[in-house]
Design a protein around this ligand. Structure first.
Ligand code: DAH
Length: 337
């Protein structure tokens, strides 16, 4: 084959390839063009390469150069077409859009009933002058027990003494707090009286889950320390809170009880809709606790209370099983519209 014919073949091939790759619209046609032109066995490039052998040795360098050029050109065409396709499928304009479809309403989420309860309680207590403060969920033994007058050998420690963290040997133990009463201590250590605070958050206990228990739940802790505080103030605050939260005239009942950090101590029941329900504990802050944080028990007195958030939410929303709060079943959650 003479040089002129070979060069002509090469330029025809180039034109043909340019047209073919320009028409590539999808992965299948790209693959087809690739096989046609650059296929290793019977691609057109391969056929032309075979013709090279028929060119006279003196013309072969020139013919070889022409062949290399078309080979590079086809490789570039292949890459371009590939990039073009990748870009088209990535751009949103390529996604088929049915402009005749009717608009769909955006589905708005809503706050979890426990979060709503927490915010509502904070709002009511704020109106009664109680500042909302946070405390850590990982606590040391001083704040979770000792400062609350629960020494290591105290039997009240047993049902609470559980979720310990791994700490380096020789370091003080850390645990997930079992009550929000820890925040009373943290606030009193950091500030001077008078004080009115509430703290709402998670606590952890080694409880088996049933309709009224869960190993993690939430508490509302309240603390007021001022001159001349009495049990009457405590009851008034709880009654105002209960009436605001549940609506109507809610009766509050105190039953004598024991907590290491209050003296006297009471269980707090609320009557709503004809039923008494136990909501938590309360009492006058024990002088030993006031002393532990450096307050003078002869100068100030205070009250404290701790209520279960799940309990008051269950009462308010008519939920019979607190486990439902944590199942993440939208059919349950959607009821709190
Ligand atoms: N911390 C107690 C508990 O987890 C509840 C409690 C009782 C909190 C009496 C108080 C209180 O502040 O005064 O069972």
């Amino acid at each position: 084959m003479d040089l002129e014919s070979f060069v002509l073949e090469v330029s025809r091939l180039r034109e043909e390839a340019e047209n073919a790759f320009r028409d590539v619209r999808d992965a299948a046609s790209l693959e087809e063009a690739r096989v046609t032109f650059a296929g290793a066995k019977s691609g057109k490039l391969k056929s032309i390469q075979k013709l090279l052998g028929g060119v006279s040795p003196s013309d072969r360098p020139e013919a070889g150069r022409a062949f290399n050029e078309v080979k590079q050109a086809i490789t570039a065409l292949l890459e371009d077409a590939h990039d073009r396709l990748a870009e088209a499928t990535a751009s949103p304009a390529a996604a088929p859009l049915d402009v005749t479809l009717p608009g769909r309403p955006v589905r708005l989420g809503r706050l979890h009933p426990i979060t709503r309860t927490i915010r509502e309680v904070q709002g009511i207590m704020a109106r009664l002058g109680f500042e909302c403060v946070d405390g850590p969920e990982v606590e040391d033994q001083w704040h979770n027990f000792e400062a609350l007058a629960i020494p290591p050998e105290h039997p009240a420690r047993d049902p609470l003494d559980n979720f310990y963290l791994n700490v380096a040997q020789g370091q003080d133990p850390l645990l997930l707090r079992s009550q929000t009463s820890t925040v009373q201590i943290r606030v009193m250590e950091a500030r001077k009286p008078p004080l009115r605070i509430v703290s709402l958050g998670r606590v952890y206990r080694p409880d088996t889950a049933d309709a009224t228990h869960y190993p993690m739940f939430h508490q509302v802790e309240g603390l007021l320390v001022e001159k001349g505080t009495t049990m009457a103030h405590l009851k008034s605050v709880l009654r105002l809170f209960a009436s605001s939260f549940l609506g109507g005239d809610v009766h509050v009942r105190f039953r004598p009880s024991f907590f290491p950090f209050t003296e006297p101590s009471v269980e707090v029941d609320m009557e709503w809709g004809g039923r008494w329900v136990e909501m938590g504990g309360a009492g006058m802050v024990d002088p030993a606790v006031l002393a532990a944080v450096g307050y003078d028990p002869d100068q100030v007195s205070g009250f404290a209370f701790g209520l279960g958030v799940e309990r008051i939410a269950a009462r308010r929303y008519g939920v019979a099983d607190i486990r439902d709060f944590y199942r993440n079943d939208v059919r349950f959650l959607e009821q709190f519209g």
